[in-house]
Design a protein around this ligand. Sequence first.
Ligand code: ZN
Length: 928
Amino acid sequence: MVTKLRLSGLFLAIALIASSAVPAAQRSSAPATTNDAEYAEFVKKATTKPEFLSPLVEQLPRRAGVPTPKDVLGYHIGTEKKLTYVADQQRYFRALEKALPGRFKTEVVGQTEEGRDIMVVYVSSEANLKNLEANRQNMRKLADPRGLTDQQVQQLMAATKPHYHITAGLHSGETNPPEAVIELAYRLAVSEEPYIRAIRDNVVVSITGATDVDGRDRYVDWYYAYKIDEPYDGGENYGGPPYWGKYVFHDNNRDINYGVDSLRAHLNWYLNWVPPIWHDVHEAQTLLYTFSGQPPQNANLDPILYTELPFFATYEVNKLTAMGMPGVWHFGFVDMWSPGYLGFAAANHNGMLRMYEVFNQGGANTKKARLSGGQLTRQWYRPNPATAGEVDWSIRNSINYTQTGLLTALELTSKFPTMVVENFYKKSANAVKRGQERPPHAFVIPAGQKDQTQVDRVANLIRRQAIEVHRATAEVKVQEGTFPAGSYIVRLNQPYGPLAKTLLEKQTYPDPALNTYDDSAWTMGMANNIEVKTIEDKSILDAAATLLTADVVTAGAVTGSGPVTVVTQNGTLNLITFRHRLKDVPMKAAKSSFTVGETEFPAGSFIIETAADRVRKEVEALGLVAAAAAAAPGVDSSDVDLPRIAMYTTWANTEKVGWVRLAFDRWEIPYDLIHKDHVQTGANLRSKYDVIVMPHQTNGGKAIVYEQPKLSKPLPYKKNDRFKSLGLYAETDDVRGGMGLSGAAEFQKFVEEGGVLLTMGVASAFPAEFGIAKGVEAQSPAPGFYAPGPYVQSEILQPNHPVMYGYNQKTLPIRFNGGPLLQAGPPPGFEQFAGSSPDRPQVLARFQGGAEGVLSGLMRNPDQIRNRPMVVDAPSGKGRVILYANNPIYRWQTFGEHALVFNALLHWNDMPAPGATAVKPTTAGGPQ
Ligand SMILES: [Zn+2]
């Protein structure tokens, strides 16, 4: 129980500050509210210790005619064993809008992959809501201050209220935030406490109540199906559903290029409103961590941001500590390096990303928590840590912390509204000025690179984030070189110039001793295998160019005439779409380069002798480069047969598979998603499939075979009438257990009978460890190795192997995936027999290694990867395993590597026969 004395003292202090900001007329006309006595009793009971409650949430106001959450939902927010479906959350928000249209507004801003509405709600004073659209337009003007006079800026700042955006439920297993914001929204709309009136008067607040809407509903289904029965005292734990959204899980906070449509909807909403603050509420850590932007820091972001973040965080730690709430801290958790988190869109666009992690145990059951570890130590940034040991923890505790923190942050914003708006303007103005005054001044993506589809994609991905891209209307001559007309120019003297620099430059890691929370590199030119030039010559700012106003899609073309069409293999990812769209049209692939007229066509180019009109149509639509000829060129070729494809997923680790599913869906590659139930003894995989793709997943070969142990009752994941979101995108009677050794044997049979198994990243440990890829070993790096996703150099050793088609270069930048480290060749002691083995693995590409091989980002002890195989073709029986030590389809990001997989799909039955092109032992890889 919180003492009366502390409570009244706090409110008195807030009231004194807030009352000066509220006009007297409004104060006197405040609608009557009373406290909800039943709520007060509920919250006291639902909170497991008095110090987990705060004076800001121990009462709930009631106003005649306005429904509380309980009036609509039937329960108080934070009631034991109650989680709210998104439709009910939205139903409540609509009821609140209906009751208080002047103060509360809902907006549907998009649809999810599964067709649910994505909603944002706005809450502010009647005057501010009436002025909402004008305020939005003002904010947009301050976000791009080019051409504004000082006087206009002053007028705009005086007329604009800061907009504070809160998002909950990005991570579906984090259950309290979507509940907390329901009550928060009500409180902000109804309460007449002076400090809340000041928030309404001085701040426009908006809330996304569930960011991953599909995931939230699926998690709530899973909770009511299983988790609700979890015991209080630990023991059985029924985890979470195998899927959140359609494609990704936790990585929905890592979609740096906004490849998932529903995530892109959030970005588009942000860019339309540009709130200076985006506060993303998560759940983890003990008990409330508030982000303050610690090192390593991205120096492209304005220094002002690095003072705002600790300003807010320290205030929250101060206030909640003063209220007696233990375990509130900042610093020492997430750093400010990767720009790929969803809410980082705000920091990337001259606003501010704020973030919480609040303690909870998933679901809504009160359970015994065992607090331990470093977060219970007293530090300068954690003056009052939580106490180690056992404590009962309820979801209401978490909701109290979340709401109290958010109310405190809003209260601070209401006290310094001008500061927030002014900083936002200054950061935007500084960004323009920096690109104007200091080199580099631009990046150029030259026209005329071998594959225009990759070049266009990069321009479009940059534009997606509202970065201006120009196209040169004439040849551009600058100190760095001459670039043809049509080249893309990304000038840095624009508001989002710093973001362009962050995305396009090489990442120079500031301190190799520091770890980072996510990737250390994302350089777009490297990720897309295209050339991007940094331009320091200031004349680039005046080069003749037009602003792109829509996505660029360079049409393909067929030159010349004749009944035969040849389509060049220039590395474009669209070649596989082309093949699938015309699956009934016979196509051949040249095994070596050839010429048509003056033009050279590299190995892997397609030769098509029929259906010229349909071929031309798709060539144009897909941006391919083709020539017509009178007759087929006299070159050795093979039929491009389309394989029957399966993609293998484990149940506990569906996310990395999800990114590959997304890529396959986007490039229109059909596949069956299969899992442990499909590979039981007698599965006869070869009769059903030609290629099985095993994306990067779990943490090793054994984990792929055995998956989650059967430590509890069976957990079916199947469609059913009560829990409608379960059973997507695969079904099983039990998500636990794995394929087992008998499943591994089915994979071996599949390969030996002529199937092709593709394994990516850590999944490559599976065929190596279980003897399916003969002569290939998978090893772990030695201690001291640290590689958070840097880009490294790789060397192409077998340029004529079909997997390498289109990569007509000696080296290829690759995002290093962390392992496994492969070794290909005979096991020690058997070297003398290796020459006669028909199943010798071939290393198609390998990592260069060493410090000089690190192209962007951080790798400690880079000698460990020197000459390690990156892509291995390991024949076995009639089939083969292609092992990728990299993850060629990593998030929506490594487009320069995707063709390593697409090529294997196109040419699955046209690889060199086992033993046909034995490689010298010196290139077989492994430490040398
Ligand atoms: Zn989270």
